[in-house]
Design a protein around this ligand. Structure first.
Ligand code: NOJ
Length: 535
């Protein structure tokens, strides 16, 4: 299939950068934009097509940038607008796309809009946020809970009302029922689109609309102690409201004012709800992020079912996507173990749909244990001790064995993993069987074999720890066999005649198969079957 510019986000591979932790160039222990520019050659050699940057806008950093105080600036911690423009130019000059994080659900409480809004009942910005009278007893207006602990309502003594915040009290929610808010955010989008950004990943897009009647959320009958407190109620009236689809369709129209841009939505919902975010007539998000693998039990049958259900639920014409890690969830290498992290990489890069990689997963970075006095994440601070902390998956990128892993010349803002002297880009680049070499080989194969990008997903019968599927193109097919277990497996089938293109252990390329495949423990292979042609 000819690649059109319009489909770059279908054919390409996304890579999420958490800017605070990627590369520090200014020597303050926090990553920055100039650091990202320095590392573009690494990203090009890896072979990814687009970067997504977590927020780099001015922010008091209560939630590390997800609390924005100026939507159209760059926080000095990350550099200047000149640095940003230079990044976009350099990325584009080398054929990389760049998308930004858009955080339209809430601002910082330091944003001038909120500073105005909280001044008085009749302030012109009052209705830009969600203000309510106290309940009869003076308490919060209803039982809505903050994802980061406690009531989602904060009392403001100045005007004696409560404002709503789905996350921190320092992150008041904008009122998306107010057309002025919608227009203001659309203008923010246009500002960055004019600068040449290739689209947005929209933060908590399924949160944007809330119940107009502010009804109480029902109790969650499945709540168990040890779960985050906000799960005590079901978010029936606070998220995934029918009105949100019009809001998203409007955003999509803004994105479509510009050529070849993409709108990605951050959405944690069951698959049948997730797929509604493609919108009526696909006028919603191009890619509602599919996070199913982030919480999937790591067993072949469960994953086979997820893939099957997702494929079956996709609306006609909707393009799928898969995510294995992000800055909010434990690292894949810790969720499934080092050996299976390789199998997971092969899964991600052979499924049908745009893959998104999380920085550091390609070098097998694991979750770093954070001592109580080193905790930075407000979620962990508010809801301590039950494992919700996100610092462990946000630690500095491990570039080399140099002091501070080549990330910075100063103590980094979060601790480095203690294995960085071995597990780093320089070492792994030199090792042709490393996980980094595997990622590169997988990305390369995906570029060479059109079946892996545009081929249909065809499940093949398998049992136990084996996950087996074919990617069927018009001219041939590729078979993927993944052993999710720690015991070898043997399988025989006519469909396996062909040649091994890649093993996760990087030592079987070119091996001919005549019906029988012996997989070692924790091994996955990609097989080019007869009649497959490299693109
Ligand atoms: C989702 C972001 O991914 C997360 O990091 C952040 O804390 C919340 N949205 C609130 O903005």
């Amino acid at each position: 299939m000819a690649k059109s510019v319009k489909s770059w986000w279908r054919h390409g591979i996304f890579y999420q950068i958490y800017p605070r932790s990627f590369q520090d160039s200014s020597g303050d222990g926090v990553g920055d934009i100039a650091g990202i520019i320095e590392r573009l050659p690494y990203l090009l050699a890896l072979g990814i097509d687009a970067i997504w940057l977590s927020p780099v806008f001015p922010s008091p950093m209560a939630d590390f940038g997800y609390d924005i105080s100026d939507y159209t600036g760059i926080d000095p911690l990350f550099g200047t607008m000149e640095h940003f423009d230079a990044l976009i130019s350099a990325a584009h000059a080398s054929g990389l796309r760049a998308i930004l994080d858009l955080v339209p659900n809430h601002t910082s409480d330091q944003h001038p809009w909120f500073v105005e809004s909280r001044r008085s009942h009749d302030n012109p910005k009052r209705d830009w946020y969600i203000w309510r009278e106290p309940a009869a007893d003076g308490g919060p207006p209803n039982n809505w809970l903050s994802e980061f602990g406690g009531s989602a309502w904060e009392y403001d003594a100045v005007t004696r009302q409560y404002y709503y915040h789905a996350f921190l009290a320092q992150q008041p929610d904008l009122n998306w029922r107010n057309p002025e808010v919608r227009h203001a955010i659309h203008d923010v989008m246009r500002f960055w689109l004019r600068k040449g950004v290739d689209g947005f990943r929209v933060d908590v897009i399924w949160h944007l609309s809330k119940d107009a009647e502010f009804r109480d959320n029902p109790p969650n009958p499945n709540f168990r102690e040890g779960q985050p407190q906000h799960q005590k109620v079901l978010p029936l009236h606070t998220t995934d409201q029918p009105e949100v689809h019009d809001v998203i369709a409007e955003m999509r129209r803004v994105v479509d004012e510009f050529d070849s841009r993409v709108l990605i939505g951050e959405i944690y919902l069951p698959l049948e709800r997730l797929v509604t975010y493609y919108g009526k007539d696909l006028a919603g998000a191009h890619l509602p992020f599919n996070f199913a693998l982030l919480s999937a039990p790591w067993n072949a049958r469960a994953i086979e079912k997820i893939i099957h259900d997702y494929e079956a639920l996709l609306p006609a014409g909707a393009w799928p996507n898969w995510v294995l890690g992000n800055h909010d969830r434990p690292r894949i290498a810790s969720r499934v173990g080092r050996d299976q992290a390789r199998v997971a990489a092969m899964l991600l890069l052979t499924l049908r749909g745009t893959p998104t990689l999380y920085y550091g997963d390609e070098i097998g970075m694991h979750q770093v244990a954070i001592a109580p006095d080193q905790v930075r994440d407000p979620f962990e601070k508010n809801v301590p001790g039950i494992g919700v902390g996100r610092d462990g998956c946000r630690t500095p990128m491990q570039w080399s064995a140099a002091p501070y892993a080549g990330f910075s010349e100063l103590t980094p803002w979060l601790p480095l993993a203690d294995d960085f002297a071995h597990e780093n880009v320089a070492n792994l680049e030199a090792d042709e069987r490393s996980i980094l070499s595997l990622y590169k080989a997988l990305i390369n194969l995906r570029k060479k074999w059109p079946e892996l990008v545009t081929g249909n997903y065809v499940p093949m019968a398998a049992e136990g720890d084996l996950l087996l599927y074919r990617r069927q193109g018009s001219e041939g097919s590729v078979v993927i066999a993944l052993n999710l277990g720690a015991e070898p497996v043997s399988l025989a089938s006519e469909a396996l005649r062909g040649e091994i293109l890649l093993s996760t252990l990087m030592d079987r390329r070119g091996e001919k198969l005549e019906r029988v495949l012996d997989l070692r423990d924790n091994e996955g292979v990609i097989i080019g079957t007869s009649g497959t042609h490299a693109g």
